[in-house]
Design a protein around this ligand. Structure first.
Ligand SMILES: *Cc1c(COP(=O)(O)O)cnc(C)c1O
Length: 402
């Protein structure tokens, strides 16, 4: 069976991990700090903190921003559950909005219509690695009439003076827009280094800060760092220094720091990421050319005048089919020894969300994109003959069903 998304791992990764394992320091320490610095340099943001997942990063930022009961956060209906679960963790309300017709991303007009005096944060999600319209979103939150609606209820919110834009960039490290990399396009950008993502640390994530100049990003880093380690005033490494044993617990914090073992994998991944992206782009172009010849194929966007994707997911859609036909095509593709997937079931289809009152019929574009979508495998180790196998499996399976 051809796999869907195995990580790019080899002896270089094994050697880097072994070095950390035998170094005497395996949890958060020098490798994590180096990884943070190199991510900031790569994406061009002011400061980065690495954590054990993107989910933890999204939630810590909400906690730092003081998100609480009664607050609302705008998030697309078409995303992975993590983008919205964290809002519920904070006791706030996810305000789901529909996506745009032109791509799989949140519609800026729908964001505008969803803003109320309770709105605190907007979470655009770069589905498949394709950046959202950050120029328009940043413009929107700075419009005087939109700023006038914003009702700050703590010092951090007062200091920002408008809605926070927190990008869920779990898919989009390496993507760019108007010559800037994701990580520098929003106030906060959160990357995922989960095993199936473009750049992995097995599990892991990073929060990139590009807050306006009234914020001291080193200070925000310290706040997030303390929150990620039980509220301890000193981390484990600092406590190992001679005589430096005493610490305080400033608040009942969380436990979501990144280990140096993970950072060592991430540094190997980052150092060869240009090569990874190059191969992913070749794969995507191969699929686009081979499948683009068929009338039934709808190919997603990967590059335009202003944007370039990180080539994370190939979101193929088959014109004029039902959800059942899509599922049948998928099972026929699996019969041909090729793994495919669906990204994503819109949140209202999931029990946790439909039992909270979100209805699929309120998000027609999300359903439209989902019902005929099949995600094809994209990863570094796919060979050219694997690509032929995938395309043949898809073409044959479609012809068997429609
Ligand atoms: C994977 C993913 C996440 C969560 O990433 P973790 O690192 O597993 O927490 C969040 N949002 C989206 C869109 C994702 O695909």
């Amino acid at each position: 069976m051809l796999k869907f998304s195995p990580p790019r791992l080899d002896q270089t990764t094994v050697d880097a991990v072994s070095e950390v394992l035998l170094s005497g320091w395996i949890t958060t320490g020098p490798k994590t700090k180096q990884f943070e610095k190199e991510i900031s340099d790569y994406v061009g943001c002011r400061k980065t903190i690495c954590l054990n997942s993107a989910t933890a990063g999204l939630e810590l930022v909400c906690r730092w921003f003081g998100l609480k009961e009664g607050d609302e956060v705008i998030v697309p209906a078409y995303t992975y559950c993590a983008s919205a679960n964290i809002i519920l963790h904070c006791g706030a309300k996810p305000v789901l909005v529909d996506i745009d017709e032109k791509d799989f991303n949140i519609s800026v007009n729908n964001i505008r219509e969803a803003i109320t005096e309770n709105t605190k944060i907007i979470i655009p999600v770069d589905i498949g690695g394709w950046p959202c319209d950050y120029d328009l979103i940043n413009e929107l939150v700075n419009e005087p009439s939109i700023k006038a609606v914003f009702t700050p209820n703590n010092e951090v919110q007062k200091k920002l003076g408008r809605l926070l834009v927190m990008s869920d960039a779990a898919h989009s490290i390496g993507a760019s827009m108007n010559g800037k990399m994701t990580g520098s396009l929003a106030d906060i950008t959160v990357f995922s280094f989960h095993a199936v993502k473009n750049l992995t640390t097995a599990e892991g994530g990073a929060v990139c800060m590009n807050l306006p100049e009234q914020f001291d990003c080193d200070e925000v880093y310290q706040i997030l760092n303390i929150k990620s380690l039980h509220g301890q005033s000193k981390d484990a490494l600092a406590k190992t220094q001679v005589g430096n044993w005493r610490y305080d617990v400033l608040e009942p914090g969380y436990k979501c720091n990144m280990m140096d073992i993970q950072a060592a994998i991430g540094l190997v991944e980052l150092h060869r990421y240009d090569e990874t992206l190059k191969r992913r782009k070749e794969i995507v172009n191969y699929y686009a050319n081979a499948l683009g010849q068929y009338d039934w194929a709808q190919i997603p966007d990967f590059i335009s005048e202003s944007k370039e994707s990180s080539y994370h997911l190939f979101l193929l859609r088959i014109k004029d089919i039902t959800e059942d036909q899509r599922d049948e095509i998928i099972s026929k593709i699996f019969d041909k020894q090729v793994s495919v997937n669906v990204h994503f079931q819109p949140l209202p289809l999931l029990t946790a969300y439909n039992t909270r009152g979100y209805k699929m019929e309120d998000y027609p574009e999300a359903f439209n994109k989902y019902h005929n979508e099949i995600t094809l495998p994209v990863y570094f180790d796919l060979t050219d003959s694997d690509l032929e196998l995938v395309v043949n499996a898809v073409v044959e399976s479609v012809s068997e069903v429609i």
